[in-house]
Design a protein around this ligand. Structure first.
Ligand SMILES: C[S@@+](CC[C@H](N)C(=O)[O-])C[C@H]1O[C@@H](n2cnc3c(N)ncnc32)[C@H](O)[C@@H]1O
Length: 275
């Protein structure tokens, strides 16, 4: 992929066979990417004071400052998104501030609201004594203003029925052509907007050592449904390289931006050892 301008002095770029690693600040790196280049953008930004021991989750003086920064990088991402592309933004409620709710309402004006997915982590993290144990994160999905129909392939994210369910459904006497019914059932059901994917444990084979690493199965669902093979995917907060690893397996091109050189190295090594 060509850059739109000359490279930014503060951004180190490394070309790999399937994509590009950019080490630097998200706004600097986005400024040199071309317009309308990406079919999907998977953004898993700092959450604002959720990970209290991570310096990269603390860098704003107030929730308003975080909100303004969020709007700035979303605008910059929007420029690089194809007219029928989707932008996925991860978020969750913080422990002290409810900034995610404001992020959702502001970004729904900034772009066009498309969906709000729930990532059910399938295990609670026991950090509240004053309410239910939190178990989910959210993924806000935005499309370009004026876009009536973004690209989305529901067939790419079907969930198979188990054999017992198929056998039960095949007893349904309303259907005359049971062979056709079985073919239909074997395609599986459409995935709902509640994505049930276990969060990674310390001992998970996928785990690289990043404190907020997302499971590949979750990113797989987003990329496979929102892009064609050969399309380009952008991750403006690459972390350990999950988006890049999944994009490469799915034969998509990718660009990943990450400001911490240690995480850039983690992602490069992950891609190096990918089978
Ligand atoms: C929530 S983590 C992303 C984790 C990633 N999805 C994964 O699976 O490994 C957010 C990442 O954004 C990076 N980051 C924070 N501020 C940034 C900035 N201004 N520019 C670029 N990267 C930034 C952090 O270093 C961190 O690795």
């Amino acid at each position: 992929m060509k850059t739109s301008e000359k490279p930014h002095a503060a951004v180190q770029t490394r070309e790999l066979s399937s994509g590009r690693l950019m080490c630097g600040d998200v706004l600097d790196a986005l400024a040199v990417l071309p317009e309308a280049a990406f079919q999907a953008i998977i953004a898993d930004p700092p959450y604002y004071q959720v990970l209290v021991d991570q310096e990269w989750d603390q860098g704003w003086a107030s929730p308003d400052a975080y909100l303004e920064w969020t709007i700035e990088w979303v605008r910059a991402c929007r420029r690089t998104l194809r007219p029928d592309g989707l932008l996925f933004v991860f978020g969750q409620h913080g422990k002290r501030e409810h900034v995610w709710l404001h992020v959702c309402s502001r970004l729904a004006i900034e772009m066009q609201f498309h969906d709000l997915l729930v990532w059910d982590r399938m295990v609670g993290y026991n950090e509240r004594s004053d309410s239910f144990t939190p178990q989910y994160e959210m993924i806000l999905v935005l499309r370009q203003p004026g876009c009536e129909k973004p690209y989305f392939n529901k067939d790419a994210v079907r969930v198979p029925y188990d054999e017992a369910t198929i056998r039960t459904y095949l007893r349904d006497k309303r259907y005359k052509d049971m062979a056709a019914r079985e073919t239909h059932l074997r395609k599986g059901r459409y995935a709902t907007n509640i994505l049930r994917v276990p969060s990674l444990k310390g001992i998970s084979r996928e785990k690289c050592g990043h404190p907020s690493q997302k499971p590949e199965a979750l990113i797989h669902a987003l990329i496979s449904s929102s892009t064609h093979p050969g399309d380009s995917v952008l991750d403006p907060f690459l972390g350990s390289g999950t988006t890049a690893a999944v994009a490469r397996r799915l034969d998509r091109r990718w660009v990943g931006i990450e400001k911490n050189p240690d995480y850039v190295e983690m992602a490069a090594q992950r891609l190096d050892t990918l089978i």
